[in-house]
Design a protein around this ligand. Structure first.
Ligand SMILES: C[S@@+](CC[C@H](N)C(=O)[O-])C[C@H]1O[C@@H](n2cnc3c(N)ncnc32)[C@H](O)[C@@H]1O
Length: 254
C-alpha cells in the first residue's frame, strides 16, 4: 500500500500473463532471470527503506516490471527505469500510464546511458512537485554486467559525477550471492578482496536480503544477494580513486 497521497496502482494483469501475452522468453544475452513472486519484490523494496518523498529513484533493467510495481506501490513519486530489451517497452508503457506520471521507462543501456538525460526526465516529470533532494538506484542487475557496472558507479561516486552529484546517493542492488558476499565482506572474512576494499572505502555496503535461485524464472545456477550501498560522508581511502581509474580503463582485471 502506498503512503501519503500516493494511490496504489490499479489492478493490472499478472506478470506471468503479460509474459505469455507478449510471447516473451528470457534471453541469456541480457542476463534475464525474472522474479515473479510479489512477496520477494515487496520485501526487497521494504528492506531498501527508500525516502520516496524526497528521492529520485532509478531502476536498472525493469524487465516485465514486478519490482517496478513494488516500488510504485510503496509510494515512489519519481521513478525512471532503463531497460535494454525493447520487447518490454509496451508492458512498461502500460505501467507508465497506470502510474499517473510517477514512472517513465526508457530504452537504453545502463552502462552508456547519459545520466543528465535521466535527471532531465525526472525533473520534467509532471508528477514531480518538488526539487530532487536525493537519488536511490535499485535493480535486480543483469549478472553479466553487474561487477563492471558497480566499478563504473564507484568511480563516478568518488568523483561525484552524473547521478552521483545529487545529494545522499544510495543503492539497493541484487548480485549473484558470491559477488554480493565479496562486496560486503568485513575485513576478517575469507571473501574479502579488492572489490570489498574499493566498495567499502566509499560506501557502507551490507546484505539486506538473499533470494534463492529457485525464485527466478528461469532458475540461474546460483542464489542472489541484495546489497544496500550508502555513500560515506568521508571516503576512507582517498587513494582508491587510482585503482578505480585503472580498472575503469581496463588496465586491471578483477
Ligand atoms: C535479472 S533481469 C531482472 C528483470 C526484473 N527487474 C526482475 O527483477 O524480474 C535483468 C534485466 O536487465 C535488463 N538488461 C540487461 N542488460 C541491460 C543493460 N545493459 N542496460 C539496461 N538493462 C539491461 C534485462 O533485459 C532484464 O530485463
Amino acid at each position: 500500500m502506498a503512503s501519503g497521497s500516493i494511490k496504489s496502482l490499479p489492478k493490472l494483469p499478472s506478470i506471468r500473463d503479460l509474459i505469455k501475452i507478449y510471447g516473451i522468453s528470457a534471453q541469456s544475452r541480457f542476463s534475464q532471470n525474472f522474479i515473479l513472486d510479489r512477496n520477494i519484490t515487496d520485501t526487497i523494496v521494504k528492506n531498501a527503506k527508500i525516502d520516496f518523498d524526497h528521492s529520485l529513484v532509478i531502476e536498472v533493467g525493469p524487465g516485465p516490471g514486478l519490482l517496478t510495481r513494488a516500488i510504485l506501490n510503496a509510494g515512489a513519486k519519481n521513478l525512471v527505469a532503463v531497460e535494454k530489451d525493447k520487447r518490454f517497452i509496451p508492458t512498461l508503457e502500460q505501467l507508465q500510464a497506470a502510474s499517473e506520471n510517477r514512472f517513465k521507462a526508457i530504452l537504453g543501456d545502463i552502462l552508456y546511458v547519459d545520466h543528465k538525460q535521466l535527471m532531465d526526465i525526472a525533473q520534467n516529470n509532471p508528477a514531480n512537485k518538488q526539487e530532487i533532494e536525493k537519488v536511490h538506484i535499485i535493480g535486480n542487475l543483469p549478472f553479466n554486467i553487474a561487477t563492471s557496472l558497480l566499478i563504473q558507479w564507484l568511480y563516478q561516486m568518488e568523483k561525484r559525477e552524473g547521478l552521483f552529484a545529487l545529494p545522499e546517493p544510495s543503492m539497493t542492488l541484487m548480485f549473484q550471492k558470491e559477488v554480493g558476499l565479496r562486496i560486503s565482506a568485513p575485513p576478517s572474512a575469507k571473501e574479502r578482496g579488492r572489490l570489498s576494499v574499493m566498495t567499502q572505502s566509499l560506501c557502507e555496503a551490507k546484505t539486506i536480503y538473499t533470494v534463492r535461485s529457485s525464485s527466478f524464472v528461469p532458475k540461474p545456477k546460483v542464489d542472489a544477494a541484495v546489497i544496500q550501498f550508502k555513500l560515506l560522508k568521508e571516503p576512507i581511502l582517498k587513494s582508491s580513486i587510482k585503482t578505480l581509474e585503472k580498472i575503469h580503463k581496463n588496465e586491471l582485471k578483477d
